[in-house]
Design a binder for this molecule. Structure first.
Ligand code: URA
Length: 484
Protein backbone atom coordinates (compact mmCIF):
# COMPACT_ATOMS: atom_id res chain seq x y z
CA UNK A 1 0.00 0.00 0.00
CA UNK A 2 1.33 3.41 -0.85
CA UNK A 3 1.63 5.61 2.14
CA UNK A 4 1.67 9.36 2.07
CA UNK A 5 0.76 12.34 4.12
CA UNK A 6 0.18 15.91 3.18
CA UNK A 7 2.07 18.69 4.81
CA UNK A 8 1.05 22.30 5.04
CA UNK A 9 2.87 23.82 2.08
CA UNK A 10 5.17 26.76 2.47
CA UNK A 11 4.52 29.72 0.23
CA UNK A 12 6.62 29.61 -2.90
CA UNK A 13 7.44 25.95 -2.76
CA UNK A 14 5.87 22.62 -3.42
CA UNK A 15 4.22 20.92 -0.53
CA UNK A 16 5.66 17.42 -0.47
CA UNK A 17 4.60 14.27 1.30
CA UNK A 18 6.52 11.12 2.04
CA UNK A 19 5.38 9.75 -1.30
CA UNK A 20 6.44 12.96 -3.00
CA UNK A 21 2.82 13.96 -3.41
CA UNK A 22 2.79 17.55 -4.52
CA UNK A 23 0.16 20.18 -4.18
CA UNK A 24 -0.04 22.78 -6.90
CA UNK A 25 -1.93 25.87 -5.86
CA UNK A 26 -3.98 27.81 -8.35
CA UNK A 27 -5.29 31.29 -7.73
CA UNK A 28 -8.65 30.69 -9.39
CA UNK A 29 -10.60 27.86 -11.02
CA UNK A 30 -9.71 29.20 -14.49
CA UNK A 31 -6.12 30.09 -13.64
CA UNK A 32 -4.50 28.91 -16.85
CA UNK A 33 -1.23 30.78 -16.31
CA UNK A 34 -0.90 29.31 -12.81
CA UNK A 35 -1.63 25.84 -14.11
CA UNK A 36 0.87 26.26 -16.93
CA UNK A 37 3.72 27.40 -14.72
CA UNK A 38 3.00 24.69 -12.14
CA UNK A 39 2.73 22.02 -14.83
CA UNK A 40 6.00 23.14 -16.39
CA UNK A 41 7.81 22.96 -13.07
CA UNK A 42 6.28 19.60 -12.19
CA UNK A 43 7.26 18.10 -15.53
CA UNK A 44 10.80 19.36 -15.29
CA UNK A 45 10.90 17.88 -11.84
CA UNK A 46 9.84 14.49 -13.19
CA UNK A 47 6.58 14.38 -11.21
CA UNK A 48 4.04 11.79 -12.35
CA UNK A 49 0.43 12.88 -12.96
CA UNK A 50 -0.87 10.75 -10.07
CA UNK A 51 1.43 12.51 -7.66
CA UNK A 52 -0.06 15.95 -8.01
CA UNK A 53 -2.93 17.42 -6.06
CA UNK A 54 -4.35 20.50 -7.76
CA UNK A 55 -5.72 22.95 -5.27
CA UNK A 56 -7.76 26.01 -6.21
CA UNK A 57 -7.78 28.80 -3.70
CA UNK A 58 -10.95 28.73 -1.64
CA UNK A 59 -12.15 25.37 -2.95
CA UNK A 60 -12.10 22.62 -0.26
CA UNK A 61 -8.90 24.08 1.04
CA UNK A 62 -8.87 21.71 4.02
CA UNK A 63 -5.24 22.19 4.75
CA UNK A 64 -5.25 25.95 4.78
CA UNK A 65 -2.80 26.20 1.92
CA UNK A 66 -1.47 29.58 0.91
CA UNK A 67 -3.30 31.14 -1.99
CA UNK A 68 -0.77 30.85 -4.77
CA UNK A 69 2.63 29.51 -5.31
CA UNK A 70 5.21 30.46 -7.84
CA UNK A 71 6.39 27.28 -9.46
CA UNK A 72 9.93 27.98 -10.44
CA UNK A 73 12.06 25.44 -12.18
CA UNK A 74 15.03 25.67 -14.43
CA UNK A 75 14.74 24.67 -18.05
CA UNK A 76 12.05 24.90 -20.64
CA UNK A 77 10.27 22.78 -23.19
CA UNK A 78 7.75 23.54 -25.85
CA UNK A 79 4.32 22.08 -26.43
CA UNK A 80 2.25 22.10 -29.61
CA UNK A 81 0.02 25.12 -30.09
CA UNK A 82 -3.16 22.97 -30.21
CA UNK A 83 -2.35 21.75 -26.70
CA UNK A 84 -2.19 25.31 -25.38
CA UNK A 85 -5.51 26.12 -27.05
CA UNK A 86 -7.11 22.98 -25.68
CA UNK A 87 -5.75 23.56 -22.18
CA UNK A 88 -6.89 27.19 -22.10
CA UNK A 89 -10.40 26.04 -22.93
CA UNK A 90 -10.57 22.94 -20.74
CA UNK A 91 -9.32 24.85 -17.69
CA UNK A 92 -12.64 26.71 -17.73
CA UNK A 93 -14.66 23.50 -17.21
CA UNK A 94 -16.06 22.74 -13.78
CA UNK A 95 -14.83 19.15 -13.83
CA UNK A 96 -12.49 18.90 -10.81
CA UNK A 97 -10.28 16.47 -12.73
CA UNK A 98 -9.51 18.90 -15.53
CA UNK A 99 -6.11 19.95 -14.18
CA UNK A 100 -4.82 16.43 -13.78
CA UNK A 101 -6.26 15.27 -17.12
CA UNK A 102 -4.41 18.07 -18.87
CA UNK A 103 -1.28 17.36 -16.93
CA UNK A 104 -1.56 13.70 -17.94
CA UNK A 105 -1.75 14.71 -21.59
CA UNK A 106 1.15 17.11 -21.18
CA UNK A 107 3.32 14.34 -19.70
CA UNK A 108 2.35 12.08 -22.55
CA UNK A 109 3.15 14.70 -25.18
CA UNK A 110 6.73 14.79 -23.98
CA UNK A 111 7.07 11.13 -24.91
CA UNK A 112 4.70 11.08 -27.87
CA UNK A 113 4.61 14.50 -29.59
CA UNK A 114 1.76 13.34 -31.85
CA UNK A 115 -0.44 12.04 -29.04
CA UNK A 116 -3.10 14.67 -29.75
CA UNK A 117 -3.68 13.35 -33.25
CA UNK A 118 -5.34 10.20 -31.93
CA UNK A 119 -8.94 11.34 -31.75
CA UNK A 120 -10.05 7.88 -30.54
CA UNK A 121 -7.81 7.96 -27.49
CA UNK A 122 -10.04 8.01 -24.35
CA UNK A 123 -8.11 10.89 -22.75
CA UNK A 124 -8.28 12.97 -25.93
CA UNK A 125 -11.96 12.22 -26.27
CA UNK A 126 -12.68 13.24 -22.72
CA UNK A 127 -10.73 16.47 -23.08
CA UNK A 128 -12.45 17.19 -26.39
CA UNK A 129 -15.83 16.78 -24.67
CA UNK A 130 -14.84 19.16 -21.90
CA UNK A 131 -13.57 21.71 -24.42
CA UNK A 132 -16.72 21.50 -26.43
CA UNK A 133 -18.91 22.02 -23.33
CA UNK A 134 -16.88 25.10 -22.47
CA UNK A 135 -17.13 26.52 -25.98
CA UNK A 136 -20.85 25.95 -25.94
CA UNK A 137 -21.20 27.75 -22.64
CA UNK A 138 -19.12 30.66 -23.94
CA UNK A 139 -21.36 30.89 -26.95
CA UNK A 140 -24.46 30.85 -24.75
CA UNK A 141 -23.13 33.70 -22.66
CA UNK A 142 -22.47 35.75 -25.80
CA UNK A 143 -25.84 34.98 -27.33
CA UNK A 144 -28.19 34.92 -24.33
CA UNK A 145 -26.84 37.56 -21.99
CA UNK A 146 -29.13 40.59 -21.90
CA UNK A 147 -28.25 43.99 -20.51
CA UNK A 148 -30.78 46.07 -18.63
CA UNK A 149 -30.40 49.81 -18.76
CA UNK A 150 -30.01 51.74 -15.51
CA UNK A 151 -29.99 55.54 -15.47
CA UNK A 152 -30.12 57.78 -18.50
CA UNK A 153 -27.86 59.87 -20.73
CA UNK A 154 -24.39 60.34 -19.30
CA UNK A 155 -25.39 58.24 -16.30
CA UNK A 156 -26.60 55.29 -18.34
CA UNK A 157 -25.16 51.98 -17.28
CA UNK A 158 -26.01 48.48 -18.42
CA UNK A 159 -26.23 45.55 -16.08
CA UNK A 160 -26.70 41.92 -16.98
CA UNK A 161 -27.18 38.77 -14.95
CA UNK A 162 -25.84 35.47 -16.24
CA UNK A 163 -25.40 32.01 -14.75
CA UNK A 164 -22.67 30.17 -16.62
CA UNK A 165 -22.23 26.45 -16.30
CA UNK A 166 -18.45 26.69 -16.36
CA UNK A 167 -15.75 29.17 -15.40
CA UNK A 168 -16.03 31.10 -18.62
CA UNK A 169 -16.69 34.63 -17.43
CA UNK A 170 -13.08 35.84 -17.53
CA UNK A 171 -12.43 34.03 -20.79
CA UNK A 172 -15.40 35.85 -22.32
CA UNK A 173 -14.56 39.27 -20.88
CA UNK A 174 -12.56 40.38 -23.94
CA UNK A 175 -15.54 39.69 -26.17
CA UNK A 176 -17.86 41.94 -24.13
CA UNK A 177 -15.23 44.68 -23.87
CA UNK A 178 -14.75 44.74 -27.64
CA UNK A 179 -18.40 44.40 -28.39
CA UNK A 180 -19.68 47.01 -25.93
CA UNK A 181 -16.56 49.16 -25.77
CA UNK A 182 -18.34 52.47 -25.57
CA UNK A 183 -20.94 51.49 -22.97
CA UNK A 184 -20.47 51.28 -19.23
CA UNK A 185 -21.59 47.88 -18.12
CA UNK A 186 -21.48 45.24 -15.40
CA UNK A 187 -21.99 41.54 -15.79
CA UNK A 188 -23.06 39.83 -12.58
CA UNK A 189 -22.64 36.10 -12.16
CA UNK A 190 -22.66 33.85 -9.08
CA UNK A 191 -18.87 33.37 -9.35
CA UNK A 192 -17.65 36.86 -10.05
CA UNK A 193 -18.70 40.16 -11.54
CA UNK A 194 -17.09 42.16 -14.33
CA UNK A 195 -17.27 45.94 -14.60
CA UNK A 196 -16.32 48.02 -17.63
CA UNK A 197 -16.21 51.79 -17.23
CA UNK A 198 -15.41 52.53 -20.87
CA UNK A 199 -11.67 52.37 -20.26
CA UNK A 200 -10.79 49.66 -17.80
CA UNK A 201 -12.14 46.31 -16.81
CA UNK A 202 -12.34 45.39 -13.16
CA UNK A 203 -13.51 42.34 -11.30
CA UNK A 204 -15.67 42.04 -8.24
CA UNK A 205 -17.10 39.22 -6.20
CA UNK A 206 -19.94 36.98 -7.30
CA UNK A 207 -23.47 38.32 -7.01
CA UNK A 208 -26.97 36.96 -6.62
CA UNK A 209 -29.83 37.25 -9.05
CA UNK A 210 -31.60 39.58 -6.59
CA UNK A 211 -28.83 42.14 -7.10
CA UNK A 212 -29.45 42.30 -10.85
CA UNK A 213 -32.07 44.75 -12.14
CA UNK A 214 -35.33 43.57 -13.67
CA UNK A 215 -36.92 44.68 -16.94
CA UNK A 216 -36.33 47.93 -18.79
CA UNK A 217 -37.15 49.48 -22.18
CA UNK A 218 -34.50 47.41 -23.92
CA UNK A 219 -36.89 44.49 -23.45
CA UNK A 220 -39.52 46.00 -25.70
CA UNK A 221 -37.01 46.22 -28.52
CA UNK A 222 -35.98 42.64 -28.00
CA UNK A 223 -39.55 41.38 -27.96
CA UNK A 224 -40.47 43.12 -31.18
CA UNK A 225 -37.32 41.89 -32.78
CA UNK A 226 -37.76 38.31 -31.62
CA UNK A 227 -41.34 38.11 -32.82
CA UNK A 228 -40.21 39.32 -36.23
CA UNK A 229 -37.49 36.72 -36.60
CA UNK A 230 -39.38 33.83 -35.01
CA UNK A 231 -39.23 30.86 -37.32
CA UNK A 232 -41.91 28.24 -36.64
CA UNK A 233 -39.95 25.60 -38.54
CA UNK A 234 -37.39 25.82 -35.80
CA UNK A 235 -39.81 25.03 -33.04
CA UNK A 236 -38.58 21.60 -32.13
CA UNK A 237 -39.01 21.87 -28.41
CA UNK A 238 -36.20 19.43 -27.54
CA UNK A 239 -33.72 21.12 -29.84
CA UNK A 240 -34.81 24.52 -28.69
CA UNK A 241 -34.30 23.66 -25.04
CA UNK A 242 -30.92 22.20 -25.85
CA UNK A 243 -29.89 25.30 -27.72
CA UNK A 244 -31.48 27.75 -25.33
CA UNK A 245 -31.92 25.99 -21.97
CA UNK A 246 -34.84 27.19 -19.89
CA UNK A 247 -32.63 28.52 -17.16
CA UNK A 248 -31.65 31.38 -19.48
CA UNK A 249 -35.24 32.20 -20.33
CA UNK A 250 -35.92 34.16 -17.15
CA UNK A 251 -33.21 36.48 -18.23
CA UNK A 252 -34.30 36.97 -21.82
CA UNK A 253 -37.34 39.18 -22.39
CA UNK A 254 -38.15 37.67 -25.77
CA UNK A 255 -38.73 34.20 -24.34
CA UNK A 256 -41.94 35.39 -22.67
CA UNK A 257 -43.35 35.39 -26.18
CA UNK A 258 -42.36 31.85 -27.03
CA UNK A 259 -45.44 29.93 -25.79
CA UNK A 260 -47.80 32.24 -27.71
CA UNK A 261 -45.70 32.10 -30.84
CA UNK A 262 -45.52 28.33 -30.70
CA UNK A 263 -49.27 28.06 -30.28
CA UNK A 264 -49.90 30.17 -33.35
CA UNK A 265 -47.25 28.54 -35.48
CA UNK A 266 -48.40 24.99 -36.04
CA UNK A 267 -50.08 25.51 -39.40
CA UNK A 268 -47.23 27.58 -40.77
CA UNK A 269 -44.77 25.00 -39.54
CA UNK A 270 -46.51 22.18 -41.40
CA UNK A 271 -46.44 24.20 -44.61
CA UNK A 272 -42.73 24.96 -44.27
CA UNK A 273 -41.84 21.41 -43.39
CA UNK A 274 -43.73 20.16 -46.43
CA UNK A 275 -41.86 22.42 -48.81
CA UNK A 276 -38.45 21.88 -47.35
CA UNK A 277 -38.88 18.10 -46.98
CA UNK A 278 -39.07 17.95 -50.74
CA UNK A 279 -35.76 19.77 -50.83
CA UNK A 280 -33.69 17.53 -48.57
CA UNK A 281 -30.95 15.55 -50.21
CA UNK A 282 -29.45 12.41 -48.81
CA UNK A 283 -28.07 11.90 -45.36
CA UNK A 284 -24.52 12.42 -46.51
CA UNK A 285 -25.05 15.93 -47.74
CA UNK A 286 -26.88 16.79 -44.55
CA UNK A 287 -24.12 15.31 -42.42
CA UNK A 288 -21.42 17.15 -44.36
CA UNK A 289 -23.33 20.40 -44.14
CA UNK A 290 -23.90 19.97 -40.40
CA UNK A 291 -20.20 19.26 -39.91
CA UNK A 292 -19.28 22.30 -41.99
CA UNK A 293 -21.64 24.53 -40.07
CA UNK A 294 -20.33 23.26 -36.74
CA UNK A 295 -16.78 23.92 -37.86
CA UNK A 296 -17.72 27.38 -39.09
CA UNK A 297 -19.14 28.20 -35.67
CA UNK A 298 -15.60 28.10 -34.36
CA UNK A 299 -14.09 30.00 -37.27
CA UNK A 300 -11.14 32.22 -36.46
CA UNK A 301 -9.88 32.64 -40.03
CA UNK A 302 -9.97 36.41 -39.63
CA UNK A 303 -10.44 38.77 -36.71
CA UNK A 304 -14.14 39.37 -37.23
CA UNK A 305 -15.10 36.51 -34.92
CA UNK A 306 -13.67 38.51 -32.04
CA UNK A 307 -16.50 41.03 -31.89
CA UNK A 308 -19.41 39.27 -33.56
CA UNK A 309 -21.90 37.32 -31.47
CA UNK A 310 -21.73 34.23 -33.64
CA UNK A 311 -21.05 32.82 -37.07
CA UNK A 312 -24.07 33.26 -39.30
CA UNK A 313 -23.99 30.33 -41.65
CA UNK A 314 -26.15 29.82 -44.73
CA UNK A 315 -29.55 28.12 -44.53
CA UNK A 316 -31.99 26.43 -46.84
CA UNK A 317 -32.52 23.09 -48.53
CA UNK A 318 -29.33 21.40 -49.67
CA UNK A 319 -30.79 20.51 -53.05
CA UNK A 320 -31.75 24.12 -53.75
CA UNK A 321 -31.24 25.00 -57.40
CA UNK A 322 -30.61 28.61 -56.50
CA UNK A 323 -28.26 30.09 -53.94
CA UNK A 324 -28.32 33.74 -52.89
CA UNK A 325 -25.11 35.21 -51.51
CA UNK A 326 -25.26 38.42 -49.52
CA UNK A 327 -22.41 40.47 -48.08
CA UNK A 328 -22.29 39.78 -44.35
CA UNK A 329 -24.79 39.45 -41.51
CA UNK A 330 -26.13 42.69 -40.09
CA UNK A 331 -26.92 43.58 -36.48
CA UNK A 332 -30.09 41.49 -36.32
CA UNK A 333 -28.66 38.53 -38.19
CA UNK A 334 -25.71 38.54 -35.81
CA UNK A 335 -28.05 38.22 -32.84
CA UNK A 336 -30.42 35.74 -34.45
CA UNK A 337 -27.73 33.58 -36.06
CA UNK A 338 -29.64 33.53 -39.36
CA UNK A 339 -29.00 35.34 -42.65
CA UNK A 340 -31.27 38.05 -44.01
CA UNK A 341 -33.75 38.45 -41.17
CA UNK A 342 -33.28 42.19 -40.54
CA UNK A 343 -34.52 45.16 -42.61
CA UNK A 344 -32.57 44.19 -45.75
CA UNK A 345 -33.82 40.63 -45.33
CA UNK A 346 -37.41 41.79 -45.13
CA UNK A 347 -37.04 43.81 -48.30
CA UNK A 348 -35.37 40.83 -49.94
CA UNK A 349 -38.27 38.56 -48.89
CA UNK A 350 -40.79 40.97 -50.37
CA UNK A 351 -38.89 41.17 -53.65
CA UNK A 352 -38.59 37.39 -53.84
CA UNK A 353 -42.34 36.99 -53.42
CA UNK A 354 -42.96 39.55 -56.16
CA UNK A 355 -40.48 37.75 -58.42
CA UNK A 356 -42.20 34.40 -57.80
CA UNK A 357 -39.25 32.83 -55.97
CA UNK A 358 -39.98 30.74 -52.90
CA UNK A 359 -37.34 31.55 -50.29
CA UNK A 360 -37.90 28.24 -48.52
CA UNK A 361 -36.68 26.50 -51.72
CA UNK A 362 -33.53 28.63 -51.99
CA UNK A 363 -30.30 28.51 -50.03
CA UNK A 364 -29.39 31.88 -48.58
CA UNK A 365 -25.94 32.70 -47.31
CA UNK A 366 -23.31 35.44 -47.08
CA UNK A 367 -19.82 36.01 -48.43
CA UNK A 368 -18.63 36.88 -44.92
CA UNK A 369 -20.09 34.97 -42.00
CA UNK A 370 -19.38 37.36 -39.13
CA UNK A 371 -20.87 40.79 -38.56
CA UNK A 372 -18.35 43.60 -38.98
CA UNK A 373 -19.36 46.81 -37.30
CA UNK A 374 -18.26 49.96 -35.60
CA UNK A 375 -19.75 50.63 -32.19
CA UNK A 376 -21.26 54.11 -31.91
CA UNK A 377 -22.87 54.59 -28.55
CA UNK A 378 -25.45 51.85 -28.24
CA UNK A 379 -25.58 51.24 -31.97
CA UNK A 380 -23.50 48.87 -34.03
CA UNK A 381 -22.95 50.40 -37.41
CA UNK A 382 -22.28 48.12 -40.37
CA UNK A 383 -18.70 48.28 -41.62
CA UNK A 384 -17.72 46.90 -45.02
CA UNK A 385 -15.57 43.76 -44.96
CA UNK A 386 -12.14 44.22 -46.53
CA UNK A 387 -10.48 42.08 -49.19
CA UNK A 388 -8.62 39.95 -46.61
CA UNK A 389 -11.81 39.19 -44.69
CA UNK A 390 -13.69 38.33 -47.86
CA UNK A 391 -10.92 36.06 -48.99
CA UNK A 392 -10.60 34.34 -45.57
CA UNK A 393 -14.33 33.64 -45.54
CA UNK A 394 -14.44 32.47 -49.14
CA UNK A 395 -13.29 29.13 -47.81
CA UNK A 396 -16.76 28.56 -46.31
CA UNK A 397 -18.72 29.81 -49.28
CA UNK A 398 -16.81 27.54 -51.63
CA UNK A 399 -17.65 24.56 -49.45
CA UNK A 400 -21.30 25.47 -49.24
CA UNK A 401 -21.46 25.76 -53.02
CA UNK A 402 -19.59 22.50 -53.53
CA UNK A 403 -22.14 20.70 -51.36
CA UNK A 404 -25.19 22.27 -52.95
CA UNK A 405 -24.02 22.50 -56.56
CA UNK A 406 -26.73 25.00 -57.48
CA UNK A 407 -27.64 25.70 -61.05
CA UNK A 408 -27.71 29.41 -60.24
CA UNK A 409 -25.74 31.44 -57.75
CA UNK A 410 -26.84 35.02 -57.27
CA UNK A 411 -24.36 37.55 -55.91
CA UNK A 412 -26.21 40.32 -54.10
CA UNK A 413 -23.82 43.26 -54.36
CA UNK A 414 -20.12 43.75 -54.94
CA UNK A 415 -18.79 41.89 -51.90
CA UNK A 416 -20.69 38.74 -52.81
CA UNK A 417 -19.54 39.06 -56.42
CA UNK A 418 -15.94 39.52 -55.33
CA UNK A 419 -16.13 36.38 -53.25
CA UNK A 420 -17.78 34.40 -56.00
CA UNK A 421 -15.36 35.40 -58.77
CA UNK A 422 -12.27 35.73 -56.59
CA UNK A 423 -11.56 39.25 -57.83
CA UNK A 424 -13.00 42.75 -57.54
CA UNK A 425 -15.86 43.35 -59.99
CA UNK A 426 -18.40 46.11 -60.57
CA UNK A 427 -22.02 45.19 -60.21
CA UNK A 428 -23.12 47.45 -63.06
CA UNK A 429 -20.67 45.75 -65.46
CA UNK A 430 -22.03 42.26 -64.83
CA UNK A 431 -25.65 42.91 -63.97
CA UNK A 432 -28.21 41.21 -66.19
CA UNK A 433 -25.91 38.63 -67.82
CA UNK A 434 -25.31 35.04 -66.78
CA UNK A 435 -21.66 34.36 -65.93
CA UNK A 436 -20.54 30.75 -66.32
CA UNK A 437 -18.71 29.47 -63.28
CA UNK A 438 -15.66 27.19 -63.68
CA UNK A 439 -17.09 24.66 -61.24
CA UNK A 440 -20.39 24.46 -63.14
CA UNK A 441 -23.63 26.38 -62.99
CA UNK A 442 -23.90 30.08 -63.59
CA UNK A 443 -23.64 33.23 -61.56
CA UNK A 444 -25.82 36.31 -61.75
CA UNK A 445 -24.99 39.62 -60.19
CA UNK A 446 -27.47 42.17 -58.94
CA UNK A 447 -27.60 44.87 -56.30
CA UNK A 448 -27.72 44.23 -52.58
CA UNK A 449 -31.11 44.76 -50.91
CA UNK A 450 -29.58 47.23 -48.44
CA UNK A 451 -28.63 49.43 -51.40
CA UNK A 452 -32.35 49.72 -52.06
CA UNK A 453 -32.90 50.82 -48.47
CA UNK A 454 -30.20 53.46 -48.76
CA UNK A 455 -30.78 54.84 -52.22
CA UNK A 456 -32.52 58.22 -52.26
CA UNK A 457 -33.27 58.88 -55.92
CA UNK A 458 -35.58 56.70 -57.99
CA UNK A 459 -36.13 54.37 -55.07
CA UNK A 460 -39.19 52.69 -56.57
CA UNK A 461 -37.56 52.26 -59.97
CA UNK A 462 -34.48 50.71 -58.39
CA UNK A 463 -36.62 48.32 -56.42
CA UNK A 464 -38.62 47.36 -59.51
CA UNK A 465 -35.37 46.74 -61.39
CA UNK A 466 -34.20 44.45 -58.61
CA UNK A 467 -37.47 42.48 -58.70
CA UNK A 468 -37.12 42.25 -62.45
CA UNK A 469 -33.57 40.89 -62.07
CA UNK A 470 -34.85 38.27 -59.65
CA UNK A 471 -37.75 37.33 -61.90
CA UNK A 472 -35.41 36.87 -64.84
CA UNK A 473 -32.95 34.85 -62.81
CA UNK A 474 -35.77 32.73 -61.36
CA UNK A 475 -36.97 31.93 -64.87
CA UNK A 476 -33.59 30.36 -65.71
CA UNK A 477 -34.32 27.57 -63.25
CA UNK A 478 -36.84 25.91 -65.51
CA UNK A 479 -34.33 23.86 -67.55
CA UNK A 480 -32.34 20.76 -66.55
CA UNK A 481 -29.58 21.78 -64.24
CA UNK A 482 -27.64 18.94 -62.67
CA UNK A 483 -25.06 16.83 -64.40
CA UNK A 484 -26.01 13.75 -62.39
N1 URA B 1 -27.06 41.88 -45.44
C1 URA B 1 -26.42 40.77 -45.90
O1 URA B 1 -25.64 40.84 -46.85
N2 URA B 1 -26.67 39.62 -45.34
C2 URA B 1 -27.49 39.47 -44.33
O2 URA B 1 -27.64 38.35 -43.85
C3 URA B 1 -28.16 40.63 -43.88
C4 URA B 1 -27.92 41.81 -44.43
Amino acid sequence: MRCWRRARPRRGSWSCSVRELRTAHLAAPDDFDGWRSAARALILDGTAPDDVLWQVEGEDDLFGAPPTMAAIAEGAFSVPRPFVDLARTVICHRDPERFSLLFGLLCRLREEPRAMEDGADPLMRRLARLASAVRRDMHKMRAFLRFRELGEGEEARYVAWFEPEHHIVRANAGFFVRRFASMRWSILTPDLSLHWDGEALSEGPGASRAEAPGGDPVEAVWKTYYASIFNPARVKIGAMLKEMPKKYWRNMPETALVPGLIAGAQRQERAMVATSAAGMTGDNATKSWNALRTEAKRCTRCDLHRCATQTVFGEGPLDADIVFVGEQPGDQEDLAGRPFVGPAGQLFDRALVEAGIDRTRAYVTNAVKHFKFEQRGKRRIHDKPNAGEISACRWWLERELTLIRPRITVALGATAARSLFGRAVTVSALRGEAQPLPEGGEAWVTVHPSYLLRVREDKDEEYARFVEDLRRIGAQRAGPWRDS
